[in-house]
Design a protein around this ligand. Structure first.
Ligand code: HEC
Length: 98
């Protein structure tokens, strides 16, 4: 292996790490959902906090691509980047461990 190719391998390994789902970003994104998804006591109304991360991401994608038609959720899911679904899912995964 050429010394140069090691640099490329290192760059490839470092690349995806930058796009790693970030639970803290997810937690901060989730504040915009609380208006509808939590009551004043912080209890879930339309619970997504208890969803497993895979079902959550699938639901968000379904709102985004129109498979699910609820108008408010289509708007919210459409305003987020798919990578932000992953941030929220990472946050949910952390909530699961509590
Ligand atoms: C304007 C109110 C409102 C806001 C704000 C809102 N939601 Fe929702 N959400 C709803 C309603 C109402 C439903 C049930 C819709 C349906 O019947 O499909 C729902 C459903 C969902 C579901 C599907 C739950 C399931 O059991 O399948 C997920 C996931 C979800 N919301 C995530 C979010 C996230 C993440 C945010 C913030 C980015 C958010 N919502 C913001 C009102 C809202």
């Amino acid at each position: 292996m050429q010394p140069g190719s090691l640099v490329i391998v290192a760059a490839l390994l470092a690349g995806p790490a930058l796009a790693e789902p970030d639970p803290e970003r997810g937690a901060s994104l989730a504040t915009q959902c609380a208006g509808c998804h939590a009551d004043a006591a912080g209890e879930a109304i339309h619970a997504f906090r208890d969803m497993d991360p895979e079902s959550f991401t699938a639901a968000m994608q379904a709102y985004r691509n129109g498979e699910r038609t609820h108008i408010a959720m289509r708007m919210f899911a459409g305003a987020l980047e798919p990578s932000e679904f992953d941030d929220l899912a990472a946050w949910l995964a952390e909530e699961d461990t509590q």
